[in-house]
Design a protein around this ligand. Structure first.
Ligand SMILES: [Zn+2]
Length: 219
């Protein structure tokens, strides 16, 4: 995996800037890799790293053999365009004229079912401002662990360090975590870990909300 050759702080930055999602197909929930756009594996500047799913990785590297591969320029375009979209505040699909009751709608919501492979994990990244809230529930067809932590601590955990988490449950099949309130601006992840010897189907319901009214003006 290219994960090892890219310094952690850069990997976190690039993955978060792309919502851990392939910049070409933009399908959330797929496994992704960091691709060196110019083909030079030691050029680890963020501008040279594109987040691509495994399908698209074989198409950008040409390993697949068939069909025309993506050129570095194309990949760069996809990356820039996707990062531009990711940087914008997420809007619910129907952003018509509903400005008055915005408090009833989450800022971001994710409802998704996915397979997490044996001994693997998956993380959903949220770019949160201080006091924004994250509501998170999952159901799974076998026991998994779930954690809310910073993107940085998640990377450290991937590297073998103890996980510093804000909220978490171990060995659950149905779980609703206590509402997480971001202590400061930053990237946070909801990570689901499958320690089983087989893949587990997990359905997540994640939503990010504006700060609760009464906590808004604290500092
Ligand atoms: Zn893709």
């Amino acid at each position: 995996m290219s994960r090892q050759s890219v310094p952690d702080n850069i990997a976190v930055k690039v993955l978060a800037a792309n919502r851990h999602t392939c910049c070409i197909c933009r399908e959330s929930g797929k496994h992704v890799q960091l691709h060196h756009i110019d083909g030079n594996p030691s050029n680890n500047v963020p501008q040279n790293l594109a987040v691509v799913c495994l399908d698209h990785h074989s198409r950008v590297t040409g390993d697949e053999g068939l069909g025309r591969r993506f050129t570095p320029q194309e990949v760069r375009e996809y990356k820039l365009e996707w990062e531009r979209i990711c940087a914008q505040p997420s809007v619910a699909a129907d952003d018509d004229e509903e400005e008055d009751d915005e408090a009833d709608e989450p800022l971001v919501s994710v409802h998704q079912s996915r397979l997490i492979w044996a001994k693997d994990e998956y993380a959903y990244t949220f770019d949160m401002e201080a006091q924004q809230e994250l509501v998170c529930s999952i159901s799974a067809d076998d026991y998994v662990d779930i954690s809310i932590c910073t993107a940085r601590d998640y990377r450290k955990w991937l590297d073998g360090e103890e996980l510093m988490q804000y909220e978490g449950e171990e060995d659950v099949r149905e779980c609703e975590l206590p509402t997480f309130v971001a202590p400061r601006d930053g990237k946070y992840v909801v990570a689901i870990m499958n320690d089983n010897d087989e893949g587990v189907d997990v359905t997540v319901d994640l939503s990010m909300w504006a700060p609760s009214e009464d906590e808004e003006e604290n500092d």
